[in-house]
Design a protein around this ligand. Structure first.
Ligand code: PMP
Length: 400
């Protein structure tokens, strides 16, 4: 496949030819194969899965489960039973916190970091408040990485969960999750390691066996598949120990007036009619990515981050939050400019990016900043996009 102009696989760019889209950490554009899958499902084969036995329904059920197998294979999971469909990363985090809660008792500890997205922070914080658990927060080093020495000092026999992001959304910093997991397991082998892969999924080759987390989750819209679908991977043995999250159709085995027994994995966690079209879109996206995410494309992406870091040096009074081990994003501030004003002017210049606290308020409180400007790239961005951004940043003063 010709990967020189990847924008051509994303209809959004045809409809917005003058827009420079640098807000991929918020959401990536949906790829044509995903759109086709959604269209085909609704136009040609719309029916439910795992319920009716007519031809279309059966074909859909087969396809639905094939996509699950595809995802298991793509993530190098042991089995498709380890792949749970969710609405997205936020729902996956909530599912975990809720379903695990019966395994904890007052005084147990949960560790997370100060740089987490609220989905992987507020969820655990609220669970701790409700169950009277102790929430411990890992500090960061000067380059905004998890401080592994501090982490080591936090883990005790009471530690139940370590919840960290693979790549921090506010800063783009790739965190040393493999090291963190092995430190946690060494001190307390019972620690459940939960990794939020939302900002890693479209930039890194994911191998859940190698990462060795107990749970790993992400959203489909961060990997070109559109909204409304997410994946929660869990080691089978861990998933089996969890209580169901939602109750309803298809997550049951037997139901009587007195009692209910629950379905096997993964259906135990998938009550109600799922987002079938979005699952098909995710499957089509994985096929597409398997073809285009070559080493060359990955290398181009990381070169683009280096180029962005280099070019940003031209902009006066600009300070970058973190400069090392960046994956997909760079976050910065320009002194005397409020991030919102920067965004407003750039938007008028047809450049889309995100400013603010990026759903990571504890981080910005910690580093004492009002927010930041975040430039986030993806495989379809190129040097011209960066050049346009830099020219706009150099022109900020004149624009007023
Ligand atoms: N975690 C991280 C690191 C994220 O970047 C995001 C989305 N910005 C989420 C969780 C939440 O994802 P969603 O809103 O798709 O549930």
């Amino acid at each position: 496949m010709n990967t020189a102009n990847l924008k051509s696989f994303f209809p959004f760019f045809k409809h917005n030819p003058d827009l420079t889209y640098l807000d991929n950490a918020a959401t990536t554009q949906i790829c044509q194969p995903a759109l086709t899958a959604i269209n085909e499902y609704y136009c040609r084969s719309h029916s439910n899965v795992h319920r009716s036995s007519h031809t279309t329904a059966k074909a859909n059920t087969n396809q639905f489960e094939q996509v699950r197998q595809k995802l298991a294979h793509w993530l190098n999971a042991d089995s498709s039973k380890e792949i749970i469909w969710t609405k997205g990363a936020t729902e996956a985090a909530n599912l975990l916190a809720y379903s695990l809660s019966n395994q904890f008792s007052s005084g147990d500890e949960v560790i997370t970091s100060i740089t987490e997205h609220h989905a992987n922070f507020v969820t655990w914080q609220q669970m701790c408040i409700k169950l009277n658990l102790k929430l411990k927060i890992v500090r960061l080093t000067d380059d905004l990485k998890i401080d592994l020495t501090h982490l080591e000092s936090l883990i005790t026999p009471k530690t139940k969960v370590l919840a960290l992001a693979h790549v921090a959304n506010a800063t783009g910093v790739k965190q040393p999750i493999e090291e963190a997991i092995s430190i946690a397991r060494e001190i307390n082998p019972e620690t459940l390691c939960v990794i939020d892969g939302s900002q890693a999924v479209c930039h890194l080759n994911l191998d859940v066996k190698q990462i060795d987390a107990d749970f790993y989750f992400f959203s489909g819209h961060k990997m070109f598949a559109g909204t409304g679908i997410g994946v929660l991977y869990g080691k089978q043995i861990r998933l089996e120990q969890l209580n169901p999250f939602h109750f309803g159709g298809e997550m049951v085995n037997q139901v009587s007036v007195e009692a209910t027994s629950f379905n096997q994995l993964p259906y135990k966690f998938e009550a109600g009619t799922p987002n079938i079209a979005a699952v098909f879109a995710l499957g089509a996206t994985v096929d597409f990515l398997s073809e285009i995410q070559t080493d060359t494309v990955r290398q181009r992406e990381s070169q683009l981050i280096d180029y962005l870091l280099h070019q940003l040096q031209q902009v006066p009074n600009l300070s970058i939050l973190a400069k090392h081990d960046l994956v997909g994003a760079v976050s910065f501030n320009i002194s005397n400019w409020h991030p919102s004003d920067v965004s407003e002017i750039l938007s008028q210049m047809n450049i889309a990016l995100r400013v603010g606290k990026h759903c990571a308020m504890p981080l910005f409180n910690e580093i004492n900043q009002d927010g930041s400007v975040r430039v986030s790239i993806s495989l379809y961005n190129d040097k011209q996009d960066i050049d346009k951004l830099i020219a706009a940043l150099l022109d900020l003063e004149n624009f007023l």
